[in-house]
Design a protein around this ligand. Structure first.
Ligand code: ATP
Length: 192
């Protein structure tokens, strides 16, 4: 999947709707200090399902909704949409959060669960820690990571991290089934 467009409305400093087209080569965002350059990266992390407030430099969930200033009233909701191209098809992923805390994830305009979105993203190499976004200081961390964590980074980028997650889920289900089975065996034994 290749990112083609970012649409931001009511998210952090973006009171007005902004559409950023991503070039096939390099896209550079320039602006004075505090003008909102890093907020663009926060918006991308947020729409990809980021749950950590620290990662998107917020204190609380609703902090990402434009809080208003002397010229503008606060926004009612924050909305960020990423448009990708995947083998010639357009894929749109969006997240919306209203000021009163109602949250939604949308895939091509239809509401989906975060879990479904995560699975789709993971199968395209966007893991739980999307290494498609390299933040400040992260290169140092990757270079000095242990072979085990390096391996999991490479697995995530290659899009096979999802199978590790699915294996974990399947093993947990298998454990629960084993417990149920031994309970049933006990009951049967008592009945006999
Ligand atoms: P620098 O070059 O200094 O790193 P920057 O261009 O990356 O700056 P950001 O850090 O993206 O700027 O933006 C910070 C600005 O975003 C601050 O002025 C802050 O007040 C504003 N901001 C953050 N959250 C909100 C919000 N919910 N509503 C309105 N403004 C917000």
């Amino acid at each position: 999947m290749v990112l083609k467009e970012i649409f931001i409305k009511g998210f952090k400093s973006f009171a007005d709707p902004v559409r950023i087209e991503i070039s096939d080569r390099v896209t550079v965002v320039v602006g004075p200090n505090g003008s909102g350059k890093s907020n663009v990266v926060d918006a991308i992390r947020w729409v990809l399902g980021e749950q950590s407030m620290k990662e998107i430099r917020a204190q609380e969930r609703e902090d990402v909704v434009f809080w208003g200033n002397e010229k503008r009233p606060p926004a009612q909701y924050a909305y960020v949409e990423l448009v990708f191209e995947d083998n010639g098809n357009k894929v749109s992923i969006a997240r919306e959060l209203s000021r009163d805390g109602v949250s939604k994830y949308l895939l091509n305009g239809d509401e989906v669960r975060l879990k479904d979105l995560r699975e789709l993203l993971m199968s395209h190499g966007f893991g739980k820690n999307p290494y498609s976004i390299i933040g400040q200081g992260q290169i140092d961390k990757i270079v000095s990571s242990t072979p085990e964590s390096l391996r999991s980074i490479i697995e995530e980028i290659a899009g096979i991290g999802i199978y590790r997650e699915k294996k974990k889920e399947a093993l947990a289900k298998l454990d629960a089934t084993q417990i149920n089975l031994s309970r049933i065996t006990d009951v049967l034994f008592e009945v006999d």
